[in-house]
Ligand binder design. Structure first.
Ligand SMILES: Nc1ncnc2c1ncn2[C@@H]1O[C@H](COP(=O)(O)OP(=O)(O)OP(=O)(O)O)[C@@H](O)[C@H]1O
Length: 251
């Protein structure tokens, strides 16, 4: 599904190399987690995959189902089935949450050559999915993320994901800022979407999220590279010992 090979990325504005040869394959049906020290390049990887400006790929490739995503515009990547839940969700004043969701869903349907979803079907779906994330009707009417609490913004990201049903979901520290109950809701939202055709890349600092979203594979990123890959036990090792030993192994 998502195949990243030898990805090197630098900042466009300054000569600073951030990703220094990332190799990572997320198979359909699998949940991969990425952990790693602050500043190791985890968010940069998610930004580069989703097409944020300001980064230059100097070497390597990234494909989704064999298609080169790095050559695509951000909206083409989304239409191809890529989704990023932001670490810092943005507020969009003047755009109603419901309108935003419906426009996004229909834009993707159009890109796939499908008809628009009917207003009644959309309403039924959005109410059902919002309820499962305990997002109330009032939040659906408000402008996107404006005045939402940190946790509400994160749940709203998961609602977008649930509505768009992407093939490849990237979650960048979606658990940060969530209280224990909200984290369970988010995990439930992710688990409800888990199926054989969908892959997940979950960036997190905390093992506790992975208690609820059981990963198949855990990667450790440090200094722009994946330095270690293993099973869920790797996250427990990080929780217990931090990153010092792993960094020393590759030094
Ligand atoms: N626009 C920028 N200008 C300068 N440095 C940048 C810029 N964007 C990223 N960096 C640097 O790139 C490095 C990687 O940042 P990134 O946000 O990807 O790390 P991270 O692993 O997600 O960290 P965290 O766990 O703290 O969220 C950091 O040293 C950061 O300061």
């Amino acid at each position: 599904m998502l195949e990243i090979k030898n990805l090197h990325v630098k900042l466009e504005e300054e000569d600073k190399q951030i990703l220094k040869g990332v190799d990572l394959t997320v198979e359909a049906g699998k949940v991969h987690a990425i952990m790693g020290p602050n500043g190791s390049g985890k968010s940069t990887l998610s930004y580069v995959l989703s097409g944020k400006d300001g980064y230059e790929v100097t070497e390597g490739t990234a494909t989704l189902d064999g298609e080169d995503i790095l050559e695509m515009e951000p909206e083409e990547r989304a239409a191809a089935g890529l989704f990023l839940a932001f670490q810092y969700p943005v507020e969009i004043p003047g755009v109603g949450n419901m309108t935003f969701l419906r426009t996004a869903v229909n834009a993707q349907r159009k890109a796939r050559g499908e008809d628009e979803i009917s207003a009644s079907d959309f309403l039924k779906l959005v109410r059902e999915r919002a309820a499962s994330l305990e997002i109330d009707a009032d939040m659906l009417k408000r402008p996107v993320n404006v005045g939402f609490s940190g946790g509400e913004k994160k749940r709203n990201e998961i609602l977008q994901m649930a509505m768009l049903e992407p093939k490849m979901c990237i979650l960048d520290e979606t658990d940060s800022g969530l209280d224990v109950d909200a984290m369970k809701l988010v995990a439930h939202g992710v688990n409800a979407l888990r199926d054989q055709g969908r892959g997940f890349l979950v960036i997190t600092h905390y093992q506790r999220l992975l208690d609820h979203i059981k990963p198949d594979v855990v990667h450790i990123m440090s200094n722009g590279r994946i330095i270690k890959t293993g099973g869920p036990e790797l996250a427990l090792e990080v929780e217990k010992n931090g990153y010092a030993d792993m960094k020393a192994e590759v030094a």
